[in-house]
Design a protein around this ligand. Structure first.
Ligand SMILES: NC(=O)c1ccc[n+]([C@@H]2O[C@H](COP(=O)([O-])OP(=O)(O)OC[C@H]3O[C@@H](n4cnc5c(N)ncnc54)[C@H](O)[C@@H]3O)[C@@H](O)[C@H]2O)c1
Length: 124
């Protein structure tokens, strides 16, 4: 998360002792936010990901899990434009990153499946 709200949420989780994976379409912005989280003593990584691409989301989740372990909390703050149709959950590679609901659906599905597989849904 390298936007307006996302970095504040990341910093707050870091301050509270969470390990934080910062994902943003621009890898340098993800890394910059992760570096700020690390100054608060948190384990933090920055990952470049276009959340409107299912392949990007799957790859990012694999990387996060490998480096920090399974995800306990997912925050979507990539922005949703009211003028973009929510009926198009995915897009093809090569077009501009989407700010539609599609990215939220893809990340929720990927992380949700991981949580169900790990049984963490039963603990909440
Ligand atoms: N800022 C506010 O006051 C406010 C208030 C209420 C709700 N919201 C909502 O919260 C969300 C975040 O708001 P914000 O102000 O931080 O927005 P923002 O535009 O500042 O940040 C969103 C970030 O997401 C990135 N992004 C866009 N598409 C992406 C993609 N496909 N993959 C990865 N990254 C992508 C953008 O580059 C941007 O840096 C939005 O849905 C907004 O509508 C914001």
């Amino acid at each position: 998360m390298g936007g307006t709200i996302g970095p504040v949420i990341c910093s707050t989780f870091a301050r509270e002792g969470a390990a934080v994976a910062v994902a943003h379409v621009a890898p340098d912005r993800a890394s910059a936010t992760a570096a700020r989280c690390a100054t608060r003593g948190a384990r933090a990584i920055g990952i470049g990901v276009d959340v409107s691409l299912a392949g990007d989301v799957a790859k990012a989740l694999d990387e996060v899990t490998a480096q920090l372990g399974p995800v306990d909390v997912l925050v979507n703050a990539h922005g949703i434009s009211p003028i973009v149709s929510s009926c198009k959950p995915t897009r093809t590679s090569g077009s501009a990153p989407s700010r539609s609901h599609g990215g939220t659906m893809l990340t929720c599905r990927a992380v949700g499946n991981q949580m169900v597989s790990a049984g963490s849904a039963a603990r909440s």
